[in-house]
Design a protein around this ligand. Structure first.
Ligand code: FAD
Length: 445
């Protein structure tokens, strides 16, 4: 259920294993002209996502239209820039178009004789005892039921499949919204399609309580997202007129404003999106139904991992199917036991990174700490991998990465009082401290 990013990828994995798949999707086919879903919004794709795409043979195709972003570029209120590399040795996250990626996955699904695509079909409910779906044709309003053998709920954060499971005994569910919403805005391409800001970077305007980010597009423009409180002195509620928006951007984002000629229109045309974390369990109902992607673990977008985590769900499910064949009961049970702690950790990490992006990246001490961490990583490659790298450039389970990251943070808290500048890293006392800390870490279970 749901032909979004995760559903369309999952269909390819299932078909690859010889299963017949029908995908039902509430919306119209986004590949058809005039589809409102076709507008270009970018996502950051990283190693977990790449691995899942490579598993169905489309890694290279997507990489060709992705833009590598090697570092964060922070813009302060005076327009001064500071920089933070994402990883070592040319490691990058990639800016890819959500619609473009979804289109490619749907094209592949359509070409596969084992996959049937049914658009304009909305799931209204599920009879979990009789294994029937209740569907509504969104063009005619006609309702019908269809049987299923295995149902995969990939219908996003407001999943109807999960809605049906919520009415079963001992189903745990919580959703929590941030007091912040987001709005998509545009930085226009420069003359001749030039990128008006550094192309191969993710740009951040951290402002303490809120932030704006920008990801590059192939045509020289950037998609910006303003993450902003709903209420308060600086908030969506406080910006009611074009003049107020103009004055606010002049004061707070002065270097971005001249690059946003359509700001005053876009600000009032584009909706404010909400930011929700969804946690639930179990994800499986008997050996018939399984939730994946945002349907089981919607997270806030500040680590750029929602889609990556959903894609990793596909990798993990595929591995379990490889191992257990069509023993769905074992596969579903192991899947949810293995993935739930990782999804919970990722939800925490995403909330943690919100503070980092809106606030800490503007703090010179924080940037110094990150430089010291990368020096430790370079000196002790087997013993220190930054939390960001573990999440973004590795396949270490999220829960393990989060635990490692918290341990590293404790070490840095003890180390940083001895460091006032990058050069202090070489001091014998600092080197001894680091050696001792790492030795102690090795001794811990
Ligand atoms: P969705 O993409 O929501 O797809 C669900 C599909 O199900 C949709 O096509 C929908 O129409 C369909 N559907 C819903 N209800 C029904 C129904 N009743 N019947 C039939 N069909 C239905 N992730 C990253 O990895 N990197 C990023 O940089 C990133 N940035 C983000 C920025 C923002 C502002 C936001 C909000 C999210 C971001 N994410 C990012 C998260 C990412 O968008 C999601 O994790 C991802 O889209 C989840 O994919 P999905 O297929 O599970 O759900």
């Amino acid at each position: 259920m749901g032909a979004g990013l995760v559903g369309s990828l999952l269909s390819l994995y299932l078909a690859q294993r010889g299963h017949e798949v029908t995908i039902y999707e509430r919306r119209a086919d986004l590949r058809k002209a005039g589809s409102v879903e076709g507008r270009s919004i970018n996502l950051a794709l990283s190693d977990r996502g790449w691995r899942a795409l490579e598993g169905v043979g489309i890694g290279e195709e997507i990489r060709r239209v992705g833009i590598p972003m090697y570092r964060r570029v922070m813009h302060d209120q005076q327009g001064q820039l500071s920089f933070q590399p994402y990883g070592q040795d040319n490691q990058a996250i990639y800016s890819v178009s959500r619609a473009g990626l979804n289109r490619t996955l749907l094209d592949l699904a359509e070409q596969n004789p084992r996959i049937q695509l049914r658009f304009n079909e909305q799931c209204l409910g599920i009879d979990l005892r009789a294994n029937h779906l209740e569907l509504r044709d969104t063009l005619t309003g006609a309702q019908h039921t269809v049987p299923f053998q295995q149902l995969f709920g990939t219908d996003g954060a407001f999943s109807a499949v999960r809605g049906a499971m919520q009415r079963t005994d001992r189903f745990n569910y919580s959703q929590s919204y941030l007091e912040y919403g987001y709005k998509e805005l545009t930085i226009e391409a420069g003359p001749g399609g030039e990128w008006p800001l550094e192309k191969n970077a993710l740009h951040i305007w951290p402002r303490g309580q809120y932030l704006m980010i920008a990801l590059p597009n192939l045509d020289g423009s950037f998609n910006c997202t303003l993450f902003f409180p709903y209420e308060g002195a600086h908030s969506f509620a406080a910006l009611q007129t074009a003049a107020q928006v103009q004055a606010f951007f002049e004061e707070i984002f002065p270097d971005a404003l001249p690059l946003m000629p359509d700001l005053r229109e876009e600000f009032f045309q584009n909706p404010v999106g909400s930011l929700v974390t969804v946690r639930c369990f179990p994800w499986a109902f008997d050996d018939n139904v399984l939730l994946l992607g945002d349907a089981s673990h919607a997270i806030v977008p500040f680590y750029g991992q929602g889609m990556n985590a959903g894609f990793e769900d596909c990798t993990v499910l595929n591995e379990l199917l490889e191992h257990h064949g069509n023993d769905w009961s074992t596969v579903f049970e192991q899947f949810q036991r293995q993935r739930k702690p990782d999804a919970d950790a990722m939800a925490e990490l995403a909330l943690y990174n919100f503070e980092e992006m809106r606030d800490r990246v503007a703090d010179p001490r924080f940037l110094l700490q990150k430089k010291i961490e990368s020096k430790i990583a370079a000196q002790y490659p087997g013993q220190w991998l930054s939390l960001y790298s573990q999440v973004t450039f590795s396949h270490i389970p999220y829960a393990e990465a989060w635990a490692n990251g918290q341990r590293q943070e404790q070490i840095m808290r003890r180390l940083m009082p001895h460091i006032q500048a990058e050069a202090d890293f070489a001091k014998p006392a600092v080197q001894t401290l680091i050696r001792n800390e790492l030795a102690q870490q090795e001794r811990q279970p």
